[in-house]
Design a protein around this ligand. Structure first.
Ligand code: SF4
Length: 533
């Protein structure tokens, strides 16, 4: 998929990112339900033969407004997966939001038009694809994977026990960090790395030591023998205010403190792989608080005329498997320094009252109101101490200075730039046609026309958003006003590219149409500039 789409014209200028997740089993460890597109492998028996394919989901995402993905195929044959994604990207490119960055994700497009209309657009796009089926040759990948797994592992039983100095520590580490591989007598070990931070020197030393030795005391010597990989103590956190301009709270500092609470006060949760704590420095959810069992995101509160660091608490999210998940419920906001107490309240309550239920089942049964009442005493601003005004991991008083999240572009002449880009697309299209890539050449010619039309609409002071809107608006503001006098509507002539299978004859004819349109755009632009002078 990566190789196929790397330079595909359809995904070079999308409104924003598009995240893809592949899980390897129904356990769904890649969290397909919260990605733009997710795929879970499945096997079906057809006429006595195994057919490989995928369950496919689209339109999930966390962020400030979380959405669960919708299942679009319970089973899609593997050769149809890449063509399917190509249709999704074509629809997203044309109909996706372009003005508001926050809305420029496929989840918002599906929310706006509905899944039925989205599926209809996908169907309409099918004819124009490069290939209706795309066979992926997996033979190379299989040999790489099986080679790597046996070379990198070793029968644990043939080595001396690691961490022999302390049998309890070793047994605990083994129980929480080691798993049995599919091959008999082979095991692999996870290394728990706090906040995912491991320096280059430590990594190199570890690799050197592990090169010929699999089971020994290496991890302990290097400080990477912490038990509880993937457990409640293995807290997930985004970088927060350490490095992110959008961060409000120090999520990594909070994660360290909460890990310590588990290790020192609730060691039994080192064995719990279900109850997950996840922290983000702001509501954007890079730390996945929106699907955590116990989630926190950075925020602020005002008290005594000052601001103090706060955390929004969320409860009850998680992975259900088979592409399904649950979004956490927002409960309430507490001063950040009370996060350890939030954890204690929630865990004590669960330990005392659960009826052999998972935390996911227990928290669902109890509901958000129950947790609101449970945690309400921790939200009080009556008993604040001086330290409540200083965030975890910081010395100075908290302030809410938020910077720009990504590079802010310089001012440019947008109209001229769009026309220049359209000309570049014509060159790209010609290159594709010279290499018999009809569908890609057609798509570049399509983009060239959309760019030129957008330039002219901006020139006339018309606000532009989606490509679909640009095609319609051009007819309204140019054709209906007699500024563009072609016999056929602009939208109809441009959208012919979705109505016919890609062929050499059509690609050449369509490229010619695009070239003529750019010439029209350039002349119109020159005349407008002259008139302004
Ligand atoms: S944007 Fe927010 S959630 Fe994402 S890394 Fe920055 S602070 Fe964390």
């Amino acid at each position: 998929m990566f190789e196929y789409f790397l330079r595909k014209p359809v995904c070079q200028e999308m409104g924003r990112k598009f995240k893809i997740a592949f899980s390897s089993s129904e356990k769904d460890t890649a969290l397909t339900f919260m990605h733009d597109l997710g795929a879970i492998p499945r096997i079906k028996i057809v006429d006595g033969k195994e057919v490989r394919g995928f369950k496919v989901l689209v339109g999930g995402g966390l962020g400030a407004q979380p959405f669960l993905a919708t299942t679009v195929h319970e089973f899609l044959e593997e050769d149809l997966l890449i063509p399917y994604l190509e249709t999704v990207l074509r629809v997203f490119d044309r109909h996706g939001e372009r003005n508001s960055r926050h809305k420029a994700r496929i989840k918002y497009l599906i929310q706006k038009i509905g899944i039925d209309a989205f599926n209809e657009l996908i169907r309409e796009e099918h004819l124009a694809l490069t290939q209706q089926r795309y066979k992926v040759d997996v033979s190379d990948q299989w040999s790489m994977v099986s080679g790597a797994s046996t070379a990198g592992s070793s029968p644990l039983t043939t080595h001396h026990s690691p961490l022999t100095t302390d049998p309890f520590k070793f047994e605990r580490w083994k129980k929480t960090n080691v798993f049995k591989q599919k091959q008999d007598d082979y095991f692999a070990a996870y290394v728990r790395v706090a906040n995912g931070n491991i320096g280059s020197d430590a990594s190199r030393r570890l690799i050197e030591k592990l090169r010929n030795v699999i089971a020994d005391n290496v991890l302990e010597e290097e400080g990477y023998a912490a038990p509880g990989f993937g457990s409640t103590a293995d807290v997930t956190s985004c970088p927060g205010t350490d490095t992110c301009n959008l961060g409000i709270s120090n999520s990594t500092g909070t994660a360290f403190v909460l890990s310590e609470v588990i290790e020192e006060e609730y060691p039994e949760f080192l064995y719990n792989k279900e109850l997950a704590i996840k922290i983000s420095g702001c509501m954007n959810s890079c730390g996945q608080h929106g699907m955590a069992s116990i989630g926190f995101h950075g925020s602020s509160l005002k008290a005594k005329g000052q601001v103090l660091p706060a955390l929004q608490v969320l409860i009850g999210g998680g992975v259900l498997g088979r592409g399904e998940g649950r979004i956490s419920d927002k409960i309430l906001k507490v001063p950040s320094k009370r996060a350890p107490d939030v954890l204690r309240y929630v865990l004590n309550d669960y330990k005392t009252n659960n009826e052999n239920e998972s935390f996911l089942d227990y928290s669902k049964r109890k509901g958000d109101r129950y947790y609101y009442n449970l945690l309400k005493p921790l939200a009080s601003l009556e008993t604040l101490q001086a330290e409540d005004f200083i965030d975890f991991g910081q010395q100075e008083k908290f302030s809410t200075a938020i910077g720009v999240g990504e590079c802010a572009g310089v001012m440019i002449d947008l109209v001229s730039t769009l026309i220049l880009e359209a000309e570049e697309k014509i060159i790209n299209s010609e290159e594709c046609l010279a290499n018999n890539k009809w569908a890609d050449g057609i798509y570049h010619a399509y983009s060239a026309q959309v760019h030129s039309a957008k330039a002219l609409l901006l020139q006339q002071g018309v606000q532009c958003n989606t490509q679909h809107g640009i095609l319609k608006d051009f007819d309204t503001h140019f054709r209906e006003k007699g500024l563009y006098t072609a016999a056929e509507s602009f939208k109809t002539s441009v959208m012919r590219m979705s109505d016919v299978p890609p062929s050499e004859a059509f690609a050449n004819e369509y490229l010619q149409q695009a070239k003529e349109f750019i010439e029209f755009a350039k002349i119109f632009r020159e005349q407008a500039v002259m008139a302004e002078k």
